[in-house]
Ligand binder design. Structure first.
Ligand code: UD1
Length: 420
């Protein structure tokens, strides 16, 4: 397994471009299952998760061609409706094939994606909603087995604004009979991006980005083209890197409006943030102040930037708090940050960060999940001496060439290839 070696102490400076959003590209890829033809997606990041999605699509019978950020998916008239454990287990988002396959072919058998390090992450909301739309569903031998005559538009009320749940149902509803109303829908920018592609395919989608999304199904969807929105989580990570190293970093090709709560938090701490329509520049601040943060569904502070923000707050004098309300077990980076010398206490879902008590000192640490890996790389950028981040395959799942981007900004970072 590859490792990342980081020697801290450099204030990052310069410009860097954002990649396309993993969390948008994945549902967009799976949405192509809704109709036959040649779909073209642009600005697709080259990531391990995208590779996993492409292999899953191939296993279902699609022809996939991916080069230079352009992904062409040829979807045939007939598809396999079985998504195997081997394809699904690598990535929870694979459950998003369920809605499109079921809506189009009236049956689907999809392996349960299982838990994951950051929490149980069940799929009950997805299944309850599909049942409400007329599907018969059973879970047997680790597989979700779903059947229906024709899905029917329905009123769905999610108990929690689930991103994946909203996406699965929006896709299924695009081929369902009549109108589906999703209440307490997730409002993440990736939902709007998916809605925009579903509209290009021919579905009628209203209200995406608000908490009520209305989808009118169509029987005549047609393959189309789309460019994936920038990755707000990657952008936030790069901005955090610039801020906490006391540097000056400008991220280009991004959408500042997708990072409202995160940028507000940085401003409250005391960093200078300048935005244009498609760039964000962060400048080292003076008199930095600690902050209390609560993660929430969009437009609240994103859980996917919680770990990175914690690394940043270790550098801010005083006591900060972070409460994690989206996932129940997303504090695994804390014990690793402690190995670098950070002073953080946990009580339930709240972490208390005693910032800047002593400088962080480089040490070997272990990445436990995608965003925790990013947090440890950021901590390495400010730690004295060398930090070795082990198991960075987690990082490779969701960050495109992070070490190249950080190197370009002046960071002393290198990948140690696994020779074994
Ligand atoms: C997506 C993102 C992930 C992000 C998360 C929250 C993708 C590929 N992944 O994950 O990066 O951290 O949104 O912003 O887009 N829940 C249930 N039952 C369900 C579904 C969800 O209890 O059927 C719970 C989950 O356990 C979790 C919460 O709802 O506690 C939010 O999950 P959800 O929004 O569905 O996250 P994902 O779509 O898995």
């Amino acid at each position: 397994m590859d490792k990342m070696a980081v020697i801290g102490g450099v204030a990052l400076k310069g410009e860097v471009k954002a990649s396309g959003a993993k969390n948008s590209a994945l549902p967009l890829i799976f949405s192509t299952l809704l109709c036959e033809g040649t779909h073209q997606l642009k600005n697709v990041p080259n990531l391990m998760d995208i590779g996993s999605a492409n292999r899953l699509m191939e296993s279902l019978g699609c022809k996939v061609d991916f080069a230079n950020g352009e992904l062409t998916i040829d979807v045939p008239q007939q598809l396999e409706t079985l998504a195997h454990y081997d394809q699904v287990r690598k990535m929870r988002a694979s459950i998003l094939v369920l809605g499109p396959l079921l809506a189009r072919f009236g049956k689907a058998k999809v392996s349960l994606p299982g838990g994951c390090a950051i929490g149980a992450r069940p799929i009950g909301f997805h299944l309850d909603a599909l049942e409400k739309m007329g599907a018969k569903i059973k879970v047997e031998g680790g597989y979700v087995i779903a059947e229906c005559e024709k899905l029917k538009g329905s009123k769905i009320e999610f108990p929690f604004a689930s991103v994946g749940g909203t996406e699965n149902i929006m896709m299924a509803a695009s081929l369902a009979e009549g109108v589906t109303e999703i209440h307490n829908a997730a409002r993440e920018p990736e939902i709007e991006d998916l809605a925009n592609y579903l509209k290009k395919l021919g579905a009628k989608v209203e209200g995406a980005g608000s908490s009520v999304v209305k989808v009118t199904g169509s029987t005549q969807l047609r393959a189309s083209q789309h460019s994936v929105i920038p990755d707000r989580i990657e952008v936030g990570t790069l901005v955090a890197a610039g801020a906490m190293t006391g540097g000056q970093v400008k991220v280009l090709d991004c959408r500042p409006q997708d990072l409202g709560a995160f940028l507000e938090a940085l401003k409250k701490i005391g960093f200078q943030i300048t935005t244009t329509e498609d760039s964000i520049e962060v400048c080292c601040g003076q008199d930095l102040r600690p902050l209390d943060i609560v993660t929430e569904p969009h437009p609240g502070f994103p859980t996917d930037l919680q770990a990175q923000m914690m690394a940043l707050l270790t550098q801010v004098d005083g006591t900060s708090h972070i409460s994690e309300t989206v996932f129940e077990n997303r504090f695994m980076h804390i014990s690793e940050l402690a190995r670098l010398g950070a002073h953080i206490e946990v009580d339930g879902n709240t972490a208390t960060i005693h910032g800047s008590q002593a400088p962080l000192l480089g040490a070997p640490v272990m990445a436990t999940d995608l965003r925790a890996s990013a947090c440890l790389v950021l901590a390495g950028l400010v730690a004295q001496g060398e930090t070795i981040v082990n198991r960075i395959y987690h990082l490779d799942r969701g960050y495109e060439k992070l070490e190249d981007k950080l190197s370009k900004l002046g960071a002393n970072i290198r990948r140690i290839k696994n020779e074994g």
